[in-house]
Design a protein around this ligand. Structure first.
Ligand code: GUN
Length: 280
């Protein structure tokens, strides 16, 4: 049997529509500021897409572009200014940052209440301890996809491949909070194939093209592929070997058009949630 495709574009469009309705009903306009240092070409596309989506949802959104040689002190000064600006509800400092800037210092300087990336240690701690905070956009988007695909998470055996602070760890925390039995596998896992074969829900977030082989997928598993890898020939592939995985799985996300569109929609959702929490 061939898996059904989980259409992230459609789920993201629906979520963005609900966000726009929510924004239109607010007595204020949520503000988002994206800070970009230098001209990393890949992040240029992300940043433009973020701005466009935010404006379509009715947010007050702007990108602050700084030169590549911006000092750490200058960037920290800007973050403090945005922290103090009552019109700004969400602050996102685009990664990667140039080598003279310590990203940990910059992320720690963002007011956790405005940390719409959910990367601040306070938000990571709130998530890990089951409290309400701002949740990283990509794993939050995965939870929306599972819900839209009517996947039963409670009691399911979930395997997350990848342990990054941005995806793997918060993904595991969200699945655990939704009552899954969660395994976090990674590059040092002894028998990755066996771990994956036990998964009823498999989330691949390793950033290596097609590392999760088709025959590692259990019959009728739900496969969520967070990877977006550019091949030397220009093609895009996920972290999962799609065609053979599709033959075995019950449902699977495509790359592109799966998790990717959800990340931006969740950034908008976080900005609205941050605005409501701060301004009530
Ligand atoms: N660079 C690539 N993706 C992201 C993201 O989601 N947030 C930030 N801050 N930087 C990124």
């Amino acid at each position: 049997m061939s898996a059904s495709i989980i259409d992230g574009k459609a789920v993201a469009a629906a979520l963005r529509g609900r966000i726009a309705e929510r924004v239109a009903a607010l007595p204020f306009t949520p503000g988002l500021r994206v800070v970009r240092v230098g001209e990393d070409p890949a992040s240029g596309v992300y940043v433009r897409n973020k701005d466009r989506a935010a404006q379509q949802a009715g947010l007050d959104s702007a990108t602050i572009q700084l030169p590549a040689e911006t000092s750490e002190a200058a960037l920290l000064g800007l973050v403090r200014q945005l922290n103090d600006d009552p019109a700004v509800d969400g602050i996102l400092v685009q990664l990667p940052l140039p080598p003279q800037v310590d990203p940990a210092k910059v992320l720690a300087a963002i007011n956790p209440a405005k940390d719409v990336d959910g990367f601040h240690a306070v938000n990571a701690g709130l998530l890990a301890s089951g409290q309400k905070g701002l949740v990283p956009c990509t794993p939050k988007g995965v939870m929306h996809l599972l819900k839209a695909a009517q996947v039963t998470v409670a009691g399911a055996r979930a395997v997350v491949v990848g342990r990054s602070n941005i995806v793997g760890k918060p993904m595991a925390a969200l699945l655990l909070a939704a009552d899954a039995t969660v395994t976090v596998a990674h590059s040092r896992t002894r028998d990755l194939a066996s771990e994956c074969r036990r998964a009823e829900i498999l989330v691949a977030a390793v950033g290596r093209p097609e590392m999760v082989r088709g025959d590692w997928i259990a019959e009728d598993a739900v496969v969520i592929d967070v990877g977006i890898n550019r091949l030397p020939n220009g093609g895009l592939v996920g972290d999962v070997e799609f065609a053979p995985a599709r033959e075995r799985a019950a449902a699977i996300t495509p790359v592109p058009g799966g998790v990717g569109p959800m990340t931006i929609a969740c950034l908008l959702e976080n900005t609205v949630e941050a605005a409501i929490a701060r301004r009530g």
